[in-house]
Design a protein. Structure first.
Length: 473
């Protein structure tokens, strides 16, 4: 009975999901053995997709089986503009069939078996790949949904058993997450436990190990395993990262000669890893390096990022360690994400033994350097790397292979399902991101060449290439 109320009662559905706008438009007629009702609700979808709205007819049917009697709550979509007019800012999803099958456990005072089966057409401009990902993810999250439903029913029982003055809901943390591992809930404790310190070399080794796994996935890897091996740092520590990558499952979303996208998931972490590799044949590697690390160019590419270099590198530091911060503007209803990172630069073996460049980052905490704000959520970058491998003789020649690999905990009030969907969407936006980077580098290169006096050497290519090669050396 508690589960049935949690699934069908308007007040309890709204308590479980306050943003769903759940409504019972037509209640069952008294004495109707099928308890036919018309309901609607909204499925919130992360940007850039439109929210999905559903209008359904629902029945309750007895389940008469050999092992005992149960109840089936079944739904299918209907069309009724008078009951629920379509809105321009939402897409009408269609439920082909859906059912909750409730079977009490034989001989037990409490407990039941709950089966959920549904077939939904998300409709609108949701591409096939997004539908496939959403369905696969929904299946994977089924057990967690069941646990949350169980928690809701137990909490409802507890509240009904308490006096009214004791039935107060717990307050939510100001930034939407637990503040320390000792007081954290189970999901947050798992996330916080992964935030221990790492050196720049450890971050690089981990990224290169992930790259080797992704290169072996699919049919058209851009480099072989030898090209993906680190120029330095191989040793006993590398065995730990090989053990780490052995737990990775890789989903290759696109595999073309000049472009490759992968998603990686590990049993040791609830946070997925995004991997993108593109070949930019008409761009100088030095221009890409400047676009990724120079403050003025980062602000030109994204003026709303508030990008800052809080601590510049020591001239004697071979890793050029710097501390940087920036803001990711998040779509409503999520808060903006703020990031504080260490950044290191390392030499990297390029194609045919040439020198490349690795720029790697990891988040850290320092309230004196960047105090947390109440109107923002502090995201945590577990690992992020830009791997630049010149296609030609160096950073002053045309052509670069650019790899981006990152694992980011968006933190705060962004649920895990939204993190995965947003990360997958970000990977699919890789082509657009690379194209915007290409356009920026081309425009900047033209401007730098125009500023060079006639006969002043190799121009912008030499200047940017020399700066990048100096960073390598």
């Amino acid at each position: 009975e508690d589960v049935l109320r949690a699934l069908t009662d308007q007040e309890e559905r709204r308590a479980r999901d306050s943003d769903s706008e759940y409504r019972v438009h037509r209640q069952a007629c008294p004495g109707d053995p099928l308890v036919q009702e018309d309901i609607s609700y909204c499925m919130r979808v992360p940007w850039p997709f439109c929210d999905r709205e559903l209008l359904q007819r629902r029945w309750q049917l007895p389940l008469v089986e050999r092992r005992g009697n149960g109840l089936a709550v079944v739904m299918t979509s209907i069309e009724d503009e008078e009951l629920l007019p379509e809105r321009s800012d939402r897409v009408r999803a269609i439920t082909k069939k859906a059912a909750y099958l409730l079977r009490p456990l034989p001989g037990a005072e409490r407990g039941l078996e709950l089966v959920v089966c549904q077939q939904i057409d998300m409709g609108g401009l949701c591409p096939a790949w997004a539908q496939k990902i959403a369905i696969r993810f929904a299946v994977q999250r089924g057990l967690e949904w069941g646990k949350k439903l169980r928690s809701h029913c137990l909490r409802t029982q507890e509240l009904h058993a308490r006096p009214e003055d004791e039935s107060q809901q717990p307050t939510r943390h100001a930034v939407g997450e637990c503040s320390s591992p000792s007081s954290a809930c189970s999901p947050c404790r798992e996330r916080l436990s992964l935030r221990g310190p790492m050196t720049g070399q450890e971050v690089l080794d981990s990224i290169l190990a992930i790259e080797r796994v992704c290169c072996s996935c699919g049919k058209a890897g851009l480099v072989d395993d030898d090209a993906a091996s680190p120029a330095a740092g191989s040793g006993a520590g590398q065995l730990d990262f090989d053990e780490e990558t052995s737990k990775l499952s890789v989903d290759c979303l696109l595999d073309e000669p000049d472009t490759k996208y992968c998603m990686c998931a590990s049993t040791d972490s609830p946070i997925v890893i995004g991997y993108i590799r593109v070949v930019l044949h008409d761009i100088y590697p030095g221009d890409v390096w400047r676009a990724l690390v120079k403050k003025e160019e980062r602000l030109v590419r994204d003026p709303d990022s508030e990008y800052k270099v809080l601590r510049e590198a020591n001239s004697e530091d071979p890793t050029l360690e710097e501390d940087v911060s920036f803001v990711w503007r998040s779509p409503w209803p999520f808060w903006d994400r703020e990031l504080l990172q260490h950044r290191w630069t390392f030499p990297l073996r390029g194609k045919e033994g040439g020198e490349g460049l690795a720029i790697v980052m990891r988040s850290f905490e320092d309230e004196s350097l960047l105090p947390q704000r109440e109107d923002r959520v502090r995201a945590f970058v577990h690992k992020c790397g830009y791997l630049l491998r010149p296609s030609g003789e160096g950073f002053h020649s045309l052509g670069v292979e650019l790899t981006v690999c990152q694992q980011v905990d968006l933190g705060g009030l962004c649920p895990e399902w939204a993190q995965e969907v947003l990360t997958r969407w970000a990977v699919h936006r890789g082509t657009q991101w690379a194209e915007e980077l290409r356009e920026h580098c081309q425009q900047k290169h033209v401007l730098l060449d125009m500023e060079e006096p006639i006969g002043a050497g190799a121009g912008a290519a030499a200047a940017c290439g020399a700066a990048a090669e100096e960073a390598v050396s």
